[in-house]
Design a protein around this ligand. Structure first.
Ligand code: 9UX
Length: 70
């Protein structure tokens, strides 16, 4: 499944890379597209291996705030 999650607090390209790595390091994540301009991350993942909450937690653990997924 593919979900776009709001990610707040990214201000530079380093933030962008940190969020990308935090999400892509999770097992079950197939593709990640982080947008600094739109303050979100579009993630393709296998819901049997990883949940949206786990993805959100990985972003928060990296130091960023998350919003609702859609
Ligand atoms: Mo640069 Mo992004 O210090 O937090 S990594 S703004």
């Amino acid at each position: 499944m593919k979900v776009t999650i709001d990610v707040h607090g990214m201000t530079c390209m380093h933030c962008h890379d940190r969020v990308t790595k935090a999400i892509s390091s999770l097992e079950g994540v197939e593709d990640v597209e982080v947008s600094l301009e739109e303050n979100n991350a579009t993630v393709s993942f296998d819901p049997e291996k990883v949940t949206l909450d786990e993805i959100r937690k990985a972003v928060e653990d990296a130091g960023y705030e998350t919003g609702e997924g859609s």
